[in-house]
Ligand binder design. Structure first.
Ligand SMILES: Cc1cc2nc3c(=O)[nH]c(=O)nc-3n(C[C@H](O)[C@H](O)[C@H](O)COP(=O)(O)OP(=O)(O)OC[C@H]3O[C@@H](n4cnc5c(N)ncnc54)[C@H](O)[C@@H]3O)c2cc1C
Length: 418
């Protein structure tokens, strides 16, 4: 039987779209080139425990991911990270806790003691001028870097925003469009008259005070649950099915044309200018880490001497469920642009520097390299997923659901009443 809809790619974007299309009554096939579903939400086994190999959390903004998890029966398993601050490893090699009320490093209170400690009194005073600048100043800036520089000065961009954008988005503030940083930041700035006030408002709006959440047992449980729901709804899933060519009315797989309404959810591998990100997970026996010396982790300034990692997450200090799964041990995750030479040795050395202590013995280590990028040439094909919606599940999930709803509504109109 021919499919009504063909979804290319079985990452979260593709699975959310496929599920919605099936809920709307379409016959759906998902074509996934690899041997497993989930794409950048993936499972790995480290020291005998299943952990996430890429995405480990989701932004709570908008509420779409939590709503989907609830629909899939996972509401009870949503967990928030421990509320200890992450740290900043600065360009001069020193470390300070990240200011508490920030959004992507933009301070909600520029003169707060933790901001002064991080960037110095003079820079904090320059940042506080944001409160008296006209609301329009910087409000049209294309990038986050330009916006924050115009309102709060270069020291906030270089000292606070850049390490966070590097760690979270693998990008620089000047390459990150304002809407991708936060879809409501510009609007809140115009409404409230200052960037700090906008940040405070967005902070206050975050559910239960936490800007991110995870799933007990791992984010990959979202993929398992989506796959199970797709199966229940009769979605056909073909693994090892690489789409070789895409046309608006169908796709080519293994040299054969298959017709149907095409939804492209193939993520970064087909993107223009792809970049790689390498994630190293270390499990160590290191009692010195019991006190979580750098809270939930460290974001690293690009200029920091002697460190190649751009971020470190102390997984067992961040998530209770991981600490419970690895009693007496510590799990650390380091991320890199590209793949460094002698990657596990580099990660072990970086972790020691960033955590300010000697690591104990290494129990296990894994390395995963991911390709990411911005898609090009998709104008004539319906697309979902991070290449069009923006990085992260809080962007990918609601976008894929909305696109699939819209396309099924228009396909119903095209068919006339049934
Ligand atoms: C290291 C890392 C950490 C991350 N951490 C977080 C986090 O903590 N929180 C968060 O919200 N987000 C995080 N993200 C981002 C988030 O995981 C992604 O934005 C999201 O999972 C993208 O989903 P997607 O469906 O758009 O793409 P993908 O997950 O890339 O899925 C695309 C799928 O399409 C398949 N495919 C590609 N080409 C073809 C083809 N020709 N034929 C058939 N199939 C094809 C691929 O094999 C893949 O399965 C992280 C990403 C990485 C790499």
């Amino acid at each position: 039987m021919p499919s009504d809809a063909i979804v290319i790619g079985g990452g979260v974007g593709g699975l959310v779209a496929a599920r919605r299309l099936a809920l709307e009554g379409l016959t759906v096939t998902v074509l996934e080139q690899s041997g497993s579903l989930g794409g950048q939400v993936a499972r790995q086994r480290v020291a005998g425990v299943d952990l996430d190999a890429a995405a480990e959390s989701f932004a709570t903004r908008g509420g779409a991911v939590a709503a989907l998890l609830a629909e899939l029966g996972l509401a009870e398993d949503i967990v928030t990270p421990r509320q200890t601050p992450a740290w900043l490893h600065r360009a001069d090699g020193s470390a300070v806790p990240l200011p508490a009320t920030g959004l992507l490093g933009i301070p909600g209170d520029p003169l707060a003691p933790d901001v002064v400690r991080a960037i110095g009194r003079e820079a904090a005073e320059r940042a506080s001028l944001d409160a008296v600048l006209p609301a329009e100043e910087g409000a049209d800036a294309a990038s986050l870097g330009a916006l924050v520089r115009a309102r709060m000065g270069a020291a906030v961009v270089d000292g606070l925003v850049a390490p966070i954008v590097r760690g979270v988005h693998s990008s620089t503030p000047d390459d990150l469009p304002v809407e991708r940083a936060h879809p409501r930041l510009r609007e809140e700035l115009r409404e409230r008259g200052s960037l700090a006030a906008a940040v405070r408002a967005l902070h206050a709006a975050a559910p239960a005070g936490s800007q991110v959440a995870g799933i007990r047992g791992g984010m990959f449980r979202l993929v398992d649950a989506l796959a199970a729901d797709c199966a229940r709804l009769g979605v056909t899933i073909e693994l090892g099915a690489r789409v070789e060519d895409v046309r608006p009315d169908g796709v080519v797989v293994a040299g054969r044309h298959r017709s149907g309404l095409v939804v492209r959810a193939s993520g970064a591998p087909d993107a223009a200018a792809p970049r790689t990100v390498t994630l190293v997970t270390l499990v160590v026996d290191a009692p010195a880490l019991d006190a979580a010396p750098r809270g939930t982790g460290v974001l690293v300034s690009a200029e920091a001497p002697g460190v190649t990692a751009r971020a470190l997450t102390h997984l067992t200090a961040k998530w209770d469920w991981i600490a419970e799964a690895l009693p007496g041990r510590h799990a650390l995750r380091l991320s890199y642009d590209g793949t460094p030479h002698d990657v596990v040795e580099t990660a072990t050395r970086d972790a020691g520097i960033l955590l300010g202590t000697l690591l104990g013995s290494l129990a296990d280590a894994t390395v995963h390299t991911w390709t990411r990028g911005i898609a090009a040439g998709l104008d004539d094909i319906l697309a979902v997923g991070e290449t069009v919606a923006g990085t992260g599940l809080a962007s990918v999930v609601p976008h894929a659901d909305r696109v699939a709803r819209d396309v099924s509504a228009s396909s119903r109109i095209g068919r006339g009443p049934s």
